[in-house]
Design a protein around this ligand. Structure first.
Ligand SMILES: CC(C)(COP(=O)(O)OP(=O)(O)OC[C@H]1O[C@@H](n2cnc3c(N)ncnc32)[C@H](O)[C@@H]1OP(=O)(O)O)[C@@H](O)C(=O)NCCC(=O)NCCS
Length: 160
C-alpha cells in the first residue's frame, strides 16, 4: 500500500472517487445544495495546500482523504473515502495519519470531522481514532417548523 500526497494530476481522480461514493452509498440529501461544486472546491484547496492524500496499490487507486486548514490552528478532515472492496485493511487509518501529518506541518493542533448519523462504520472509525462528538446538527422542513412551532404557543405568548 502506498499513501502519498495528491497533486494537481490527481484532481479528476479525487473528484471521481467522491462521485462514486455519492452514487453508490451516500446520495446528497435535498437540503444540501451545490454539494458537488463545494466538495470539488474543498478538494482543490486541499491539493493546493498539500493536505490531500491518496492510497494506491499495484497501480489502482483505493481511497483518498483531504484536510483543510480553518483559521490558524484547526484543521477539518473534509473527505475520507476507501473503496468498498478494500475496507477493513487499515487504509482509512493510513490516510488519516498522512492528513494529520500534513495538517500539523501547517500548525494545526485540532482536527474536526463529521459524519451522518446513519453511517455507523465511519462513526466507529472516528471514535476509534480519538475524535469526540461535540455537536448534533438538525434539519427540518419549513412547513414542519411552521406547523410545530405555531402549535402550543400558549405557554409563550409574546407580550403585547
Ligand atoms: C469509514 C471508512 C473510511 C473506513 O475505512 P477503512 O479503510 O475500512 O477503515 P480501517 O480499516 O482503517 O478501520 C480502522 C478502524 O475503524 C473502525 N471501523 C472501520 N470500519 C468499520 C465498520 N464497518 N464497522 C465497525 N468499525 C469500523 C474499526 O475500529 C477499525 O479498526 P479494526 O479494523 O482494527 O477493527 C470507509 O468505511 C468508507 O470509505 N466509508 C464510506 C465513506 C465515508 O463514510 N467517509 C467518512 C464520512 S464522510
Amino acid at each position: 500500500l502506498n499513501v502519498r500526497r495528491a497533486t494537481e494530476d490527481d484532481r479528476e481522480t479525487l473528484y471521481a472517487l467522491w462521485d462514486e461514493w455519492v452514487e453508490r452509498e451516500s446520495p446528497v440529501p435535498p437540503w444540501v445544495e451545490g454539494a458537488q461544486q463545494e466538495t470539488r472546491a474543498q478538494i482543490d484547496i486541499a491539493i493546493g495546500s498539500r493536505c490531500a492524500v491518496i492510497a494506491e496499490e499495484c497501480g489502482k487507486v483505493l481511497g483518498f482523504a483531504c484536510g483543510v486548514v480553518k483559521g490558524r490552528r484547526t484543521g477539518d478532515l473534509t473527505e475520507l473515502y476507501v473503496r468498498p472492496n478494500v475496507r477493513r485493511r487499515g487504509i482509512a487509518r493510513a490516510l488519516v495519519k498522512a492528513v494529520v501529518v500534513a495538517l500539523s506541518e501547517r500548525g494545526v493542533v485540532s482536527v474536526t470531522g463529521g459524519v451522518g448519523p446513519e453511517n455507523a462504520a465511519a462513526r466507529r472509525f472516528y471514535e476509534d481514532a480519538g475524535f469526540q462528538t461535540v455537536e448534533l446538527r438538525f434539519v427540518a422542513a419549513v412547513e414542519v417548523l411552521q406547523r410545530r412551532v405555531t402549535e402550543g404557543t400558549s405557554r409563550a405568548e409574546p407580550a403585547e
